[in-house]
Design a protein around this ligand. Structure first.
Ligand code: AMP
Length: 392
């Protein structure tokens, strides 16, 4: 694996592909965790007296009106505060103005280029890895560092494209991600997987791969209802992923002792935070009820399985954590893992967001920054943004 330490980057023009895809509301960054996580690589390049050129996407650009809300300039301001340094911002993603800005940089300066997906407006050049665009961006520097784990599962011009034309390496953030996630390839046992989130269909690949490696898979969240329906339970108006029932039946048949399903739920008759908090055993579900969180019996059951785990991998919240009332058991299990110092990897956006707001993220062994990328890695797929560099 080519990591940043393997290259001589001293006094070079270094292009770093970061993941600055942060939530922005009314021009203000709501959560700058991703920017903070990119600092180690940026600071290292500054210490090596590089001209640092940063690229990132932000949101999706399909039409003109997407441009302003996905303008990357608030990131320049945030980064400037975090680095205590002026950040040169280029409104242009290519052309003479950008080239002159780079030409005029001093070594030790940082320049951020406008959202790479501005190039998607005509012909999706960034997202379809247009070869001319990748080659052009590569021509702006001497070395390429990919540190955007969140997009490593996609072949875009700003990762695979550039890496195809320059000496390249992985940054510290990706290196850290791979180190943590690779412990799951030959995991220590008991290896316990916790899966939650909305639908089974998004997690089929992960279930197929992890069911052979894990000692137990604890299933909560909306996903659990499709498994329970497959077992013949009444699930009321809870979320159901009809198309995955057959898959659930198969998994339950082949791995009945490995799959642990909820025995009770926090229920409501409406999909909102305003109902009265009430828990019910799965056998007592009424037709008009919706399960919005696992119940406390299930929490205790899950904790019993987690208690002796050598490692836990957790993807997806166990309830509708966006509603305060129904994030309770996700928070409680996070607390249990932290309190008992159980080695835990959180994979994917929602569970990491839940851990962040509950204040547990920093106390967890590893919180993976990539949503789709983490899932694809766990499914055993090759990530093109990393493979292109690994092959070099
Ligand atoms: P995912 O992206 O698949 O991990 O799904 C995360 C989403 O699952 C969150 O937005 C949660 O609100 C949702 N979720 C978790 N539990 C439930 C549930 N019991 N019913 C409906 N949605 C749920």
């Amino acid at each position: 694996m080519n990591t940043i330490n393997d290259l001589n980057i001293e006094n070079k023009k270094v292009i770093i592909r970061c993941d600055f895809n942060v939530p922005i509301k009314d021009g203000k960054i709501v959560d700058d965790t991703r920017i903070k996580e990119s600092l180690e690589t940026i600071k290292y390049c500054l210490k090596k007296n590089c001209k640092v050129i940063l690229l990132s996407h932000l949101g999706r650009i399909k039409e003109e009106k997407d441009l302003e809300k996905n303008n990357l300039s608030p990131v320049a301001k945030d980064l400037s505060k975090l680095l205590n340094k002026k950040i040169i911002f280029s409104e242009k993603t290519k052309g003479k103005e950008l080239e002159e800005k780079i030409e005029n940089m001093n070594y030790g300066d940082v320049l951020l280029i406008q959202n790479t997906r501005y190039e998607d407006l005509e012909g999706q050049k960034e997202s379809k890895n247009n070869s001319e665009l990748g080659k052009y961006w590569a021509s702006l520097g001497d070395i390429f560092i990919n540190d955007a784990f969140g997009t490593a599962h996609r072949a875009h011009a700003s990762n695979v494209g550039i890496a195809s034309h320059l000496p390249s390496a992985l940054g510290f953030l990706i290196e850290k991600e791979l180190k943590a996630l690779s412990t799951l390839e030959k995991p220590a046992h008991p290896f316990i997987v916790i899966l939650g989130g909305a639908k089974v269909v998004d997690k089929i690949g992960v279930i197929k791969r992890l069911v052979t490696k894990a000692d137990k898979i604890l299933i909560g969240g909306g996903m659990a209802f499709t498994f329970l329906k497959a077992k013949g339970y009444e699930i009321g108006k809870s979320i159901l992923d009809e198309g995955s029932i057959a898959f659930c039946k198969e998994v339950l048949k082949d791995y009945s002792e490995k799959i642990i399903l909820p025995v009770d739920f926090a229920i409501s008759t409406e999909y909102s935070n305003s109902g009265i908090y009430q828990e019910k055993d799965i056998e007592n579900f009424a037709k008009n009820e919706i399960g919005l969180d696992i119940g406390s019996k299930t929490r205790k059951l899950f904790e019993k399985h987690i208690e002796k785990a050598a490692i836990v991998m957790w993807n997806g919240p166990l309830g509708v954590y966006e509603f305060d009332k129904y994030r309770k058991n996700t928070d409680e299990i996070l607390k249990y893992l932290v309190k008992n110092k159980i080695k835990t990897i959180l994979g994917g956006g929602d569970i990491v967001a839940a851990a962040t707001t509950a204040g547990y993220k920093e106390k967890i062994y590893h919180a993976s920054t990539g949503g789709g990328a983490t899932l694809e890695y766990l499914e055993g797929k090759k990530l093109p943004g990393i493979e292109v560099i690994r092959r070099k």
